[in-house]
Every structure is written in C-alpha cells, then in structure tokens.
Design a binder for this molecule. Structure first.
Ligand SMILES: *[C@@H]1O[C@H](CO)[C@@H](O)[C@H](O)[C@H]1NC(C)=O
Ligand SMILES: *[C@@H]1O[C@H](CO)[C@@H](O)[C@H](O)[C@H]1NC(C)=O
Ligand SMILES: *[C@@H]1O[C@H](CO)[C@@H](O)[C@H](O)[C@H]1NC(C)=O
Ligand SMILES: *[C@@H]1O[C@H](CO)[C@@H](O)[C@H](O)[C@H]1NC(C)=O
Ligand SMILES: *[C@@H]1O[C@H](CO)[C@@H](O)[C@H](O)[C@H]1NC(C)=O
Ligand SMILES: *[C@@H]1O[C@H](CO)[C@@H](O)[C@H](O)[C@H]1NC(C)=O
Length: 524
C-alpha cells in the first residue's frame, strides 16, 4: 500500500512542471476528504459499475497555455491518499468534449475507487460535449487551435502532466499507465496510439469516432434520403422494417436470441421490399397503416450509406440490428432516421452533433439549410469536410508500429448495433493496420460486440471485463482470447456470452443444451 502525506497536497509540490511549447499559468491542489459517488458501467464502458465510498484524495489541476494561441488547457488529476495501486488511468471525453465534464468525472470516480490515480483534460474547451462555445474565434473563423487541442495536442500533454503530478506526489512514476474512453474518448485512445506512442502502456478505445470528418455528415444521410423523397415515414414503419431484418437474420449466427450476429450476411440475404404494403398497428398513431415504399427505401438506403446518385457508396452505413429511430426497446440515443409526427404528418430530426459539425466547421459563415439540401450539395459538404479536416481528425493512420515498438497494447471494441459510430470503418481500420504492421495480434485486438448500441444500450451488454483483459495483457503478457458479456434474450432473460478478437467470432457448440451458458461458446 502506497501512502503519501496530505501535506504534499499543496500547489508548491507541483510548481516545477515544464511542458514543451507551453507555459503553466495556474496550479491548484487541495485535499478532497470523505468523498462518495457512483460510477456506473455506462460511464466506464469496459469496466463494471463501481462505488467510490468515503474517499480521500489530492485533487491537482494544472492549467497551461501554448503562448500565442490564447488557450487555457486544464489537466485534473486525482491522487488517492492511501491505497494507490501504482497505476494511472486517464479518462477520455465524449461528444465534442475532451474531458473534465460530468460524465467523465463519473468514469474517474470508478478508477479512483479501484485504486488508480486518474486524470482528464479539458483540452482548453468548455466543460460540455457542445462545441458551439469554442468552435470559432470570430464569426466564420475556425479556432483551429481549439480543434487541434481536441484532436490530438492535449492528449500527449495529458500523459505528461499526469505522470509529473504522480511522480511529485508519490516520489515515483506510475508502474503502468492506461487510457480508457468510448466514442470521442475512443478516438482519443486511437489518436494516442497513432501520435503519442509512448504516452500510455495500455489503451482501451471503445467505439472510436474515426474518420469523423466523413462520419459526422454521414449521420445526416438518412434524413437526406427522406428529404429527397419528400416524405417522412412514421418511426413505426422504419422500426418494423428494422425489426423484420432482426427477426430474419437472427438465426444466421446459429442461435435465435434476438441479436444479429452476422450483419453483413444479413445485408446480403434480407429482402426488405417484401414489407412494402404490410399492415401494421402504428405505435405513434395507435391506428392501422401500411408500410410505405419510402420507409423501406429509407432503411435500405441508410444501411447502404451515403452514395452518389448512380449508387456509388462513399461511406459505410449502420448495420441491420442498429436502431435507426431510437424508438426500439433498450435504445439510449436518437437514431439517424428519427422523425417526429403529429396528425398532420411527420418531419425529420437531424442528429444535432452532426449538424453542428457541418455548420460550425464545414460551412462556417454560410447557414446550411438542412431542410433543403440537394444530393449534390450534401455530397459536396461531405467532400469538403474530408478535404479540410481529414489530416486533423481522421485518426486512421494504419502505421502504429511505433506504439508496438514502445511495448504498448491496444484494444478497440464497438457494438454491431451502434447507430452513431459505425463498425465498418473500424473493421476497415483494423484491416489496414494488419496490412502494414506485422504481428498485429501481438499488440492490437479488435472486438465486435453483438447487439450493443453506441457505448451503451441494445440487447447486448457493454464488455465490462475487457479492461481487466487489457491489464493482464500489459502487465502479465496474457493476451485476451475472449471476454465475457451478457445479452438480454427475446424473453427478457439474461444469457452469458463471449466476445472474440476479430476476425474470430463467438460460435455456439451445437451439442450444448443451455444456450445461455458461457461454456457453450468458443471463439473460432
Ligand atoms: C464521511 O461521510 C459520511 C457520510 O457520507 C459521514 O457519515 C461520516 O461521518 C463522514 N466521516 C468523516 C470522517 O467526516
Ligand atoms: C478539483 O479541482 C478543480 C479545480 O479547482 C475543481 O474544478 C474540481 O471541481 C475539483 N474536483 C473535486 C472532485 O473536488
Ligand atoms: C487562463 O487562466 C489564467 C489563470 O486562471 C487566467 O488568468 C487567464 O485569464 C486565462 N486566459 C484565458 C485566455 O482564458
Ligand atoms: C429548395 O428550395 C427551393 C426554393 O424554395 C426549391 O426551388 C428547390 O426545389 C428546393 N430544393 C430541394 C432539394 O428541395
Ligand atoms: C498477473 O499475474 C499475477 C501472478 O499470477 C497475478 O497475481 C496478477 O493478478 C496478474 N495481474 C493481472 C493484471 O492480471
Ligand atoms: C461441446 O459440448 C459437448 C457437450 O457438452 C462437449 O462434450 C464438447 O467437448 C463441446 N465441444 C467443444 C468444441 O467445446
């Protein structure tokens, strides 16, 4: 057990920090005593829920600026006064927030309760996932320094500052350093492996928002299809088509449990056109109606992803099983094809963060009329977005051999039913790394989680034991061959499953009687 005196928890302990190309402007340090808070699994993604009870820790916040850039970046580090496990776990952000906001603090409570020193950076932005307060320096002019701080610059500095604070307080460096995040936080994790290969020993990158300059406009694609059709279907129509795909494709993975384990096979085999004209009772109107041809086209077109008028796909779409409206059971987030309906009919609801991306950064001064975009205009925005922001924000450099050489271990996972950040670009990224780096399996593993939505939700569960697998890999060299998860089956019961490192898949042993038992599943 490592004990450090509370007397060291004063600003002067931390006043000799030097950060390359930056100047420290403020140091805060104070003991936080008898602090309790909950850390639910949906804020820690790859770790189980944890309670922080009557904790005593030193709260150190170091603020620095990159002279001339007018920024103020703060790194907040919490140091247990007793019981430090000699490790660092930094927490990633979400939305357009880098860290140091409520959800991220929620993740840090759990890390602290597990004995870690834990840290987070705000990248000089505001304590919210909403970027509108910091995107511009003046109307139409992008604050590129802020964007760059979010994209990458703040991340290497997060590791530098956290390790400095730890070494000053405990008199030694952490034995192992970890980064954990999902969505924006997952992207930060991959960016760290790509641009700061020495910063962390173990990185857990959940549902990483890679190729964000394309992924953001692509989230508006379903609405574009409805706009072009001049018709907005009821959510009940769209949900029925998605549910029919789930029902049809559920057995393709060998087990009927309400989960699509083979979504690509599903895309090939499921014919949605048979649903046109089917009579349903609509949840939104409480009356009988028939499924329109437009509803079917919107669902299949959304799966296809943004495409040219002659059908060339420009970015992948979500997979069958993903909730396109956000109205299916278990959903935690609005889907890309959500519509809002009254007796007069329905209107579309664009994804707000995706709209913000296009308006604030791609279009800037010219107000985008999202209710009236031609295909040509839509594709032009997609192209401009990639053109202008790819080098800053793509986070898809396949050559992560420097991270491999530094001895790092990287795990990434994504829900196959994610409706915001999509599995296909991540699978493509994993393939691209495999193409240019040898022995990828020795340091980088990719897990697909059947039935999981965007960092939460869906009939599949979060892979809450995966972080423990990362630790065993980093510290003991034991690579994660699989990891336990659960699913909620068609009857609402909980069944045990495993997830597997890509390209392996969980396979059910036919001679096993109990589908719900973990022993019946292997990776192959
Ligand atoms: C710590 O907080 C609890 C309530 O959460 C309180 O009952 C207890 O007296 C406090 N202990 C100290 C040492 O302040
Ligand atoms: C830690 O200190 C920072 C800066 O003073 C403050 O904003 C934050 O709320 C503190 N956190 C806790 C848990 O006390
Ligand atoms: C940065 O923080 C320092 C110290 O808190 C403050 O004096 C300064 O005004 C801040 N600068 C900006 C640009 O916010
Ligand atoms: C956009 O609006 C203009 C004028 O209001 C109209 O002529 C045009 O057809 C609209 N375009 C689309 C794609 O709806
Ligand atoms: C590593 O192995 C040791 C010895 O078997 C064990 O005590 C420890 O818990 C393991 N650590 C992790 C992170 O798995
Ligand atoms: C499948 O299950 C049967 C019966 O429980 C068992 O005997 C067999 O070893 C299992 N096969 C595999 C590959 O796990």
């Amino acid at each position: 057990m490592i004990v450090s005196p509370a007397a060291l928890c004063v600003p002067s302990t931390f006043d000799a920090l030097s950060i390359p190309a930056a100047r420290v402007v403020a140091v805060n340090a104070a003991v936080v005593a008898n602090f309790s808070a909950e850390s639910p699994e949906w804020l820690r993604f790859s770790q189980p829920s944890q309670s922080l009870v009557n904790a005593n820790f030193c709260n150190v916040t170091i603020t620095y600026t990159h002279p001339g850039q007018g920024d103020n970046v703060s790194v907040e580090t919490w140091l247990p006064l007793d019981g430090w496990n000699q490790r660092l776990q930094s927490a990633g952000g979400g939305g357009y927030g880098a860290g140091r906001f409520d959800g991220v603090y929620g993740a840090m409570y759990g890390a602290l309760a597990d004995g870690y020193a834990t840290s987070s950076t705000d990248a000089g932005l505001l304590p919210t996932p909403d970027p509108s307060g910091w995107a511009h320096v003046s109307p139409g002019n992008i604050n590129w320094y802020n964007l760059q701080n979010l994209a990458s610059v703040s991340l290497g500095e997060l590791a530098t500052v956290s390790k400095y604070v730890i070494s000053r307080f405990y008199g030694k460096n952490p034995e192992y350093s970890y980064f954990n995040g999902c969505s924006q936080g997952g992207r930060q994790g991959l960016e760290l492996a790509q641009r700061y290969p020495d910063a962390y020993d173990g990185i857990m990158a959940g549902a990483p928002g890679i190729r964000l300059p394309e992924a953001s406009p692509a989230l508006l694609w379903a609405q574009q299809l409805m706009r072009e059709a001049g018709e907005y279907p009821f959510p009940c129509e769209l949900d029925t088509v998605v549910q029919a795909a789930i029902d049809f494709c559920d057995p393709l993975d060998g087990v009927v449990d309400g989960i699509v384990g083979e979504p690509y096979m599903c895309l090939e085999q499921f014919d949605a056109s048979t649903l046109i004209g089917r009579e349903i009772t609509c949840a939104q109107t409480n009356s009988t109606m028939t499924i329109s041809a437009t509803a079917v086209q919107v669902v299949t077109g959304t799966w296809q992803g943004p495409s040219t008028l002659d059908g060339r796909q420009l970015f992948p779409g979500p997979l069958p099983g993903a909730d396109l409206t956000g109205n299916l059971p278990y959903s935690v987030a609005p889907g890309p094809a959500l519509t809002l309906c009254t007796e007069e009919g329905c209107m579309g609801l664009d994804n707000v963060p995706a709209q913000q991306w296009v308006q604030l950064w791609v279009s800037r001064l010219e107000t985008v009329d999202f209710d009236n975009l031609s295909r040509e205009e839509f594709l032009r925005l997609l192209h401009q977005s990639r053109q202008w922001f790819g080098s800053v924000f793509n986070t898809n450099d396949p050559d992560i051999s420097p991270f491999q050489k530094a001895g790092g271990k990287l795990i990434t996972f994504i829900g196959l039913a994610d409706n915001a950040i999509l599995p296909t670009p991540l699978e493509q990224y994993y393939q691209s790394v495999s193409d240019v780096v040898s022995d990828v399996d020795g340091f980088f593993r990719y897990f697909e989680v059947p039935g999981l939505g965007h960092c939460a939700g869906g009939p599949g569960s979060l892979p809450i034991h995966l972080f423990e697998g990362l630790r065993a890999w980093v510290e003991n060299g034991t690579a994660p061959e699989h990891s336990p998860v659960t699913i909620t089956n068609l009857e609402g019961g909980i069944e045990e499953r495993i997830i597997c490192p890509y390209p392996q898949k969980p396979t059910f042993n036919e001679s096993c009687a109990e589908t719900g038992s973990r022993e019946c599943w292997t990776c192959s």
